[in-house]
Design a protein around this ligand. Structure first.
Ligand code: NAD
Ligand code: 6OD
Length: 486
């Protein structure tokens, strides 16, 4: 039985109240780990360690020295790739094929990219005229923000946690991370890598637990925290934003989406099918950028639906380490119940079920897992809940459209604004349509193709702020202007 402890001031510590909670294997439903739940005192200790470390050797290092250590952290993840891979897949149930190409490599890349970013992005300088004719110089300097609370979700645990921790540390901050209660293992493992890389104690801390009345709330409400960076559901984001308002602390919020894909008749159909298959079903549909609403130009609608359904029907569901596995289970039984409730709602709202819609038959040893079928619907009204609410499962609704204007209006008919995909071989249309969609990221003829120097974030209920490249530096530092009179 694995035991996952908190990581405070460079050492693993049991819950000070001796409290643990169970982490189940999503493939089988069996008990996989005991996780130590951080108490308020444990969170206090983590925040104090982070505060003390700010002014220790970490705070005195140059960007290059810190960068060299962060490169060692990346190398440490690479060196223990198989261990991180096994831990991530055990927590989430996701196939090795996905985690070995996306989650774990990105976990390492997030340290390298931001170690470089702090060295390569300049700040501003102005020469200012003064009445005496001698002038002044204004120079902006970046300063670390302080102790950063990182609250992360369960769908891409290592990737999304390091997406925050990488830039936060590169900018000279210290962090206290509260990983999702569903997926604590790789965050905990990262503590060992931090120690081995020479990250001073207290710079990286981890507290485990839940949200309300637990480690999440203790951390985000803590007066010793200078800024909060959060990824998760919109409703949780609202709670976090309220917590951040106390003391006027800065907050970065990356939330969910109800992302559209627009498929035009002039698309390359093979590419559109392959890309939409990934954007709907990858990671069992548990990607915030994933497509849940597909709009297809009427002349190719029937063919598109038929080909997407045929391809998804061929998926093999199975264990993470089985090379034949295309799709794993959902992360938990709780999430399975939520997704299945939408499968039922779709029927109640009048959907035609083109594919799936239930629980697949699995072999007896996997029968206790959180499995659901890949599912496709057509025929739902635009105001149905299934078309409007984020489900976060392997499912989509497909609806025909007739004009470009109609497609854009449908894409924008949502309270969310995270991501979208546009499939067309007409470059003018691609530019017209992608810029008319109100969201943070549009992919044209691709999906989840990432350059970590670019702005990442959402509009409307999908979040506040941007991270990535220089935008991360904006969040994780304070700019101080120094005005020098000549
Ligand atoms: P969640 O909001 O339930 O939980 C996220 C984290 O917040 C967890 O660590 C949780 O313990 C913590 N938390 C919950 N309540 C809290 C509280 N009151 N105070 C402090 N912390 C609290 O989200 P989830 O279910 O883990 O993740 C799925 C959601 O995340 C989906 O909506 C998905 O779209 C979104 N998401 C968004 C992005 C993005 O980059 N925009 C990326 C991944 C996931
Ligand atoms: O690629 C990223 O940097 C990122 N933040 C991805 C988010 C995926 C959501 O599930």
């Amino acid at each position: 039985m694995r035991e996952v402890k908190n990581f405070i001031n460079g050492e693993y510590r049991a819950s000070s109240a001796g409290k643990t909670f169970d982490k189940l294997n999503p493939c089988t439903g069996s008990l996989f780990a005991k996780v130590h739940e951080a108490t308020r005192e444990d969170v206090d200790a983590a925040v104090k360690a982070a505060r003390d470390a700010l002014d220790g050797p970490w705070g005195r290092m140059s960007e290059s020295e810190r960068g060299a250590i962060l490169y060692k952290v990346a190398e440490g993840i690479d060196a223990r790739f198989d261990e991180f891979l096994a831990a991530e897949c055990a927590d989430t149930g996701k196939p090795y094929g996905i985690a070995s190409h996306i989650d774990i490599p990105r976990g390492a890349a997030n340290f390298r990219v931001f170690a470089d970013a702090v060295k390569n992005f300049a700040t501003e300088a102005f020469q200012t005229a003064t009445p005496d004719g001698k002038g002044a110089f204004n120079i902006a300097v970046r300063k670390r923000k302080g102790v950063i609370a990182v609250i992360s979700p369960w769908n891409l645990p290592l990737l999304l946690m390091t997406w925050k921790v990488g830039p936060a540390l590169a900018c000279g901050n210290t962090v206290v991370v509260k990983p999702s209660e569903e997926t604590p293992t790789t965050t905990s493992l990262l503590g060992e890598v931090m120690n081995a890389a020479g990250v001073p104690p207290g710079v990286f801390n981890v507290v485990n637990g839940f949200g309300p009345d637990s480690a999440g709330a203790f951390l985000t409400e803590h007066k010793g925290v200078d800024a909060i960076t959060f990824t998760g559901e919109t409703r949780t984001g609202e709670v976090i934003a309220r917590a951040a308002a106390k003391g006027l602390r800065d907050v970065s919020i990356e939330c969910g989406g109800k992302n559209p894909a627009l498929v035009f008749a002039d698309c390359d159909m093979d590419k559109a099918i392959e890309g939409t298959l990934r954007s709907v079903f990858a990671n069992c549909g548990q990607v915030c950028l994933g497509t849940e609403r597909v709009y297809v130009e009427r002349p190719i609608f029937d063919e598109f639906v038929e080909r997407l359904a045929r391809a998804a029907a061929d998926f093999t569901l199975g264990l993470p380490d089985d090379p034949r596995t295309d799709m794993g289970p959902l992360v938990s039984h709780e999430h399975q119940q939520k997704v299945l409730s939408y499968y039922q709602l779709a029927v109640d709202e009048g959907a035609q079920v083109v594919l799936g819609g239930g629980v697949p038959e699995m072999p007896p040893e996997l029968a206790g897992g959180a499995w659901v079928q890949p599912t496709i619907w057509t025929g739902l009204p635009d105001d149905s809940r299934v078309v409007r609410e984020e489900i976060f499962g392997p499912c989509c609704h497909i609806r025909p459209f007739d004009t470009e204007e109609e497609a854009i209006a449908l894409a924008n008919d949502t309270t969310y604004g995270l991501a979208s995909a546009v499939w067309t071989e007409n470059v003018s249309r691609a530019l017209r349509v992608s810029t008319a969609i109100d969201c943070g990221i549009t992919w044209v003829n691709s999906w989840f193709l990432r350059d970590l120097r670019t702005a990442f974030g959402g509009t409307k209920e999908s979040g506040i702020g941007r991270e990535g490249g220089e935008h991360s530096l904006e969040f994780y530092t304070e700019l101080q202007n120094v005005c020098i009179k000549i």
